[in-house]
Design a protein around this ligand. Sequence first.
Ligand SMILES: *Cc1c(COP(=O)(O)O)cnc(C)c1O
Length: 391
Amino acid sequence: MRPFRKGPVPLKRYTYEIAPVFVLMEEEVLKKLRALVGWSSGDGVFCPGGSVSNMYAMNLARYQRYPDCKQRGLRALPPLALFTSKECHYSINKGAAFLGLGTDSVRVVKADERGKMIPEDLERQIFQAEAEGSVPFLVSATSGTTVLGAFDPLDAIADVCQRHGLWFHVDAAWGGSVLLSQMHRHLLDGIQRADSVAWNPHKLLAAGLQCSALLLRDTSNLLKRCHGSQASYLFQQDKFYDVALDTGDKVVQCGRRVDCLKLWLMWKAQGGQGLEQRIDQAFALARYLVEEIKKREGFELVMEPEFVNVCFWFVPPSLRGKQERPDYTKRLAQVAPVLKERMVKEGSMMIGYQPHGTRANFFRMVVANPALTHADIDFLLDELERLGQDL
Ligand SMILES: *Cc1c(COP(=O)(O)O)cnc(C)c1O
């Protein structure tokens, strides 16, 4: 294949061996993301999505403790246990299954009514797993849970990990971008104590799919040791440039997309301040939605949100003031699916809904698009009122 364009760096064969220029770009972006986490050194890679980033973290944690398992596989391992809250993303379970740990090895830690992991229950479960003969090796906290947008108490969880010598992973796929905001980054206080962080700029920052980083505090080349296979037909050691630039062996893929490029360009175009403004604007817009919900009859917040996930019920006229009726919850649960069907058929909006614990189906409006205006939010509420008048 002829190179697309001749430059100072020979851009040959970069489908397999990522060209040095892209590696430098990736290193620069990863370094900036790590700095926002609070690390002046470390490692990382762009992965095809947060689910895969989470799997990487599990695999690295396991390899660090049992390096033998790279060669001997599951035979090298005792039964392992990892811990995450009931509000975690489903990819933790998928990862456990994919890596041969099995979903039984995932211990589900209690969360409080706002969706935050309860550190005391985490510690209780660690003792219980040990008593049952398992070896705890990893805790995955979530910064920005999928439904409620909750941020786990990272400092308290880090204390538990430290006491028990466990790998501390933070799944910040959704909430990681909040680190760009001086005003809101306190939600992730303690993240600097993590061993690994999964962060999806393709979510809140709206970088094109896919753009997901796995960041590591490790400086011992763990990624390469864990995943490398030193294929001599690709990663020759006698090249004319620094072979440390051959980062391709850190990942489990061979060919790989240049996912860092989108974020690199966004950062260049908008600057750190521009990106920060996007985040602050999303928070401000979510706040506007919350205040409007409080003003309107028939709308009820599930809880005061701390992120941009605004969870609420639309209570149609026939159910207002009828909380005492025995079938109230059952009937309220039927409202969101009907309204969703109506809005989709109308072609005017798409708002997801779900039940949660004992709470009946409620809408979850994620306010992340920086192009949204107050008028759009007003429309959203007007439209729900219009579509739900007769229910
Ligand atoms: C979206 C999300 C993921 C999965 O990310 P993908 O890029 O879709 O694989 C993992 N964890 C959390 C908390 C998420 O919100």
